[in-house]
Design a protein around this ligand. Structure first.
Ligand code: HEM
Length: 396
């Protein structure tokens, strides 16, 4: 796993990298980190430029183990997916599915997402305390993806176990533990790959409206690429959404705004956008330079790796007024939490709808949702929490 920069490696730094971002934006907005041997880029304008300049920067991974991407090709011998492809190859890998993630299609999925939310909340019936992360924010998006992929209900526990293995993180960091986690991750990938290969073959020629059938029937992708697409949805769409939901409850509680959202004084959709900006689940993305480029007075050379700090760009005062304040009413809110350019998140509209439905139902069911913020434990690699204990009161 790639190390975070030293300045934010501590638990405190992971929870709040924002002072460091502010300092870097002001003093060293394009800096080379000798320790990690890569560039860090902090300002909105520069991050935007790199993400849109496909001639100078590639999304292909020449460094392994980017947690966020499907680096499955390393372990399973699969071909790359859209997230690590550059145009025009990228268009081929994404084009067949783009339409199905546009707002019109997403609205059609909403009743199914509502049903999933109800199921996950029903499982909490009778609890007065629960861990929001483990018992809601993790199972909810996994079940939504399973539903949209058309995974039979009886396989969903298995599906969740694979997903857990893929996102497992070391707790005590011993060599034995790291090895065990890597082995389990590798095994989960292999099993998932075998499972999707079978489903893709079975559904070819079928007329189902699930994503596996869609992939199975496209002429654009090879068989391995179809399987890669299914795994990518799972990898890119779950823990990110988990963190959006967790960060939303965390931020509302911290800002004392839960009741304002409940009464409708503040719109849910605006809150979600501001959480995406203020506590972006994906704080950084990586690219590799494929040409020599000058950026903000610094010379980046072909072959250099760069980290783009979305979390820092999202608090750049050149673009946002009072960026360090949580202000759901801000308009426009041009955050980059879903990236920029051709790789702009495929699932952005789905994630927004999931968060909206989840928030609505949570506030309807519970007239109190006291999240305990006294002992925040950050999740390394993506921005969120390992747990968020809540004490609840039911409305009905
Ligand atoms: C790409 C964030 C939810 C599927 C991205 C990227 C970001 C992002 C920053 C750009 C990656 C890059 O440029 O290298 C998020 C966040 C989410 C979320 C913050 C939740 C709050 C989802 C969901 C799905 C999804 C629910 C699917 C079900 C994808 C895919 C890509 C992607 C397939 C690759 C797109 C491409 O390369 O063209 N996401 N994502 N994401 N996301 Fe999301």
């Amino acid at each position: 796993m790639e190390q975070p920069p030293e300045a934010i490696r501590s638990q405190e730094g992971q929870l709040s990298p924002f002072d460091w971002y502010a300092e870097m934006r002001a003093e060293d907005p394009v800096r080379f980190d000798e320790q990690r041997e890569m560039w860090d880029i902090f300002r909105y304008e520069d991050v935007d430029r790199v993400l849109k300049d496909h001639d100078a920067f590639t999304a292909r991974r020449t460094r392994e183990d980017n947690e966020f991407s499907s680096d499955a090709e390393d372990d399973t011998g699969m071909l790359q997916t859209m997230i690590t492809a550059d145009p025009p190859e990228h268009n081929r890998l994404r084009g067949f599915v783009d339409e199905r993630f546009q707002p019109g299609s997403i609205r059609e999925y909403q009743p199914r997402v509502e049903a999933v939310t109800e199921d996950v909340l029903d499982a909490l019936a009778g609890e007065e305390q629960f861990d929001f992360v483990d018992e809601f924010a993790i199972p909810f998006p996994v079940t939504v993806i399973a539903e949209l992929l058309g995974i039979p209900a009886e396989r969903r526990d298995q599906f969740k176990a694979w997903s857990d293995a893929l996102i497992a993180r070391p707790k005590n960091g011993t060599q034995t533990e790291i090895q065990r986690i890597q082995q389990e991750r590798q095994q989960a990938r292999q099993e998932m790959s075998d499972y999707f290969t079978k489903l893709v073959a079975e559904r070819r020629g079928g007329d189902g409206d699930d994503f596996i059938t869609l992939a199975a029937n496209t002429e654009e992708l090879s068989r391995e690429e179809k399987v890669g697409f299914c795994i990518l949805l799972l990898l890119a769409g779950n823990i990110t959404t988990t963190n959006l939901l967790t960060n939303a409850i965390w931020s509302l509680e911290e800002q004392g705004l839960t009741d304002a959202v409940r009464t409708g004084a503040i719109g849910r959709k605006q809150v979600i956008e501001e959480v995406l900006r203020y506590r972006s689940p994906v704080q950084s993305l990586n690219r590799i330079a494929i040409a020599d480029v000058e950026l903000n007075g610094k010379q980046i050379q072909a072959g250099d790796a760069v980290t783009l700090w979305l979390g820092a760009a999202n608090r750049d005062s050149e673009v946002f007024d009072t960026p360090e304040e949580f202000r759901p009413e801000r308009r426009p809110n041009r955050h980059m939490a879903f990236g920029m350019g051709v790789h702009f998140c495929l699932g952005a509209h789905l994630a927004r709808m999931e968060a909206d439905v989840a928030m609505q139902q949570l506030l309807e069911r519970f007239d109190r949702l006291d999240a305990d913020l006294s002992n925040l434990d950050p999740l390394y690699s993506l921005y969120g929490l390992k747990s968020l204990p809540c004490e609840v009161n039911r409305t009905a």
